[in-house]
Design a protein around this ligand. Structure first.
Ligand SMILES: *Cc1c(COP(=O)(O)O)cnc(C)c1O
Length: 416
């Protein structure tokens, strides 16, 4: 496959893509400045409607309703958006999801709640290639609570398997914390099988869906998951620093004992009472005032995903990553580029990682040319393919730009 053949093939795939027109709903997709944006798994593009939602919120809601807005809908927005997300993308019945805090803070609260639910047990299981915040949080919790971490080693192009988890859990395991889609390799964990394995050992599971929510369907209720959380600024296009979301299975709500007891998680915040009584339901996970402005963009994206349907989103995602793998095999592998992601579309999420020793120096140069993937240590370029805003043409442009640089004498020298 030559460069022009690649562009032709991309044009055919774009022409045949039933979701292609959705790309124009996102800001910046008609521009020349960014020719290929392959970082929607790190920061999704804004929807054009979000510019209007934010402006009208400031003018009509905040400016017009002022403090009355809290009683007129803002206070219940975190649960409303949580329920919508649960229905559209998580397979979660109403009353179990909420938008709040950051992913790091929610993971901390949920992990602490989980170990409080298993007070006689002393171990937390996590994999060594999990996202740094996930690892750091449980290290902190282990220190606070006198617990031991049991680490699972995983292949760099894979992730934790049910067999790995079976070998790590035992009568001392309180909690297993893993990612649904691995942030580096894109590997999809077998959530139902791993959850079953953990439950068979009497442990609870906390799943991080940051790299799957909005691109890979989840079925949290059917999978019998205990707790989950994830990002909203990746495939949910919530914008930089958008609050995260959490899921707590109904069976755990009545006893959920989270560590940051604030007034807005209490049963009657405006009674200004003397003692903390947790709210009923998922609201007891809340600590302080909900970040309302930060929730508006994700609501627009969740609404779009609801119209399109997660099944269609997932099909496009598989086609995009398959095209990227095919193009890497044909055009970049001869230069020594290695795919560090699962080769079967059904086993990976919506990004792939490719490795080459020259990549560390190359990414800033690609950014200057308007080709924007991201770099992950030690020498990986991550190609994030956000199903509703990425075209096949963008994949072809990025692969072509990387190939051109690898063919230059300087890059060849760096690869030797
Ligand atoms: C992006 C990501 C996070 C980010 O957490 P923040 O608190 O939003 O910074 C956490 N975990 C995983 C797996 C991620 O991919």
């Amino acid at each position: 496959m030559t460069g022009s053949f690649l562009a032709d093939r991309a044009a055919e795939l774009d022409a045949a893509d039933p979701l292609a027109h959705h790309r124009t709903l996102f800001l910046g997709t008609d521009g020349d400045a960014v020719r290929s944006y392959l970082d929607g798994n790190s920061l999704g593009r804004p929807l054009a409607t979000t510019a209007d939602s934010l402006a009208s919120f400031v003018t009509d809601q905040w400016g017009g309703r002022l403090i009355r807005g809290w009683d007129e809908g803002w206070l219940v927005l975190p649960e409303q958006i949580g329920d919508q997300l649960g229905r559209v993308a998580l397979g979660a019945a109403a009353g179990q999801c909420i938008v709040a805090d950051s992913t790091s803070v929610l993971l901390y609260k949920l992990a602490r709640a989980a170990v409080a639910e298993r007070p006689e047990r002393t171990e937390i299981v996590i994999d060594r290639d999990n996202f740094p915040t996930d690892r750091f949080l449980v290290e902190g919790i282990a220190r606070e609570r006198g617990l031991t971490l049991r680490w699972i080693d995983v292949a760099s192009d894979g992730g934790a398997t049910p067999a790995d988890v079976a070998a790590a859990v035992g009568p001392q395991t309180a909690l297993v914390l893993l990612s649904h889609v691995a942030y580096r390799s894109g590997f999809i964990a077998d959530v139902p099988a791993i959850t079953r394995t953990a439950h068979d050992a009497g442990a609870l599971v906390l799943w991080d869906l940051s790299h799957s929510v909005g691109s890979v369907p989840a079925d949290l209720d059917a999978w019998d998951v205990d707790y989950a959380a994830g990002c909203s600024y990746k495939y949910l296009n919530g914008g930089p620093g958008a609050p995260a979301w959490a899921y707590v299975a109904k069976r755990h709500l009545a006893t959920l004992d989270q560590p940051i007891l604030g007034w807005l998680g209490s049963a009657d915040p405006f009674a200004m009472g003397s003692a903390y009584q947790p709210a009923d339901g998922i609201r007891r996970l809340v600590s302080g005032t909900p970040p309302i402005v930060g929730m508006l963009a994700m609501r627009d994206m969740i609404t779009l995903i609801e119209e399109v349907g997660m099944a269609a989103v997932r099909s496009k995602s598989e086609l995009l990553t398959s095209f990227a793998v095919e193009a890497v095999d044909e055009i970049l592998a001869p230069h020594g580029v290695v795919i560090a992601s699962p080769r079967a579309a059904s086993e990976r999420g919506s990004h792939i990682t490719i490795d080459h020793p020259a990549f560390a120096g190359m990414v800033p140069e690609l950014w200057q040319e308007g080709v924007v993937p991201d770099y992950r240590n030690p020498n990986g370029i991550r190609l994030g393919l956000s199903p509703l805003s990425t075209s096949f043409g963008e994949v072809a442009v990025a692969i072509g730009a990387i190939a051109a640089r690898l063919a230059s004498p300087r890059e060849r020298a760096a690869g030797e």
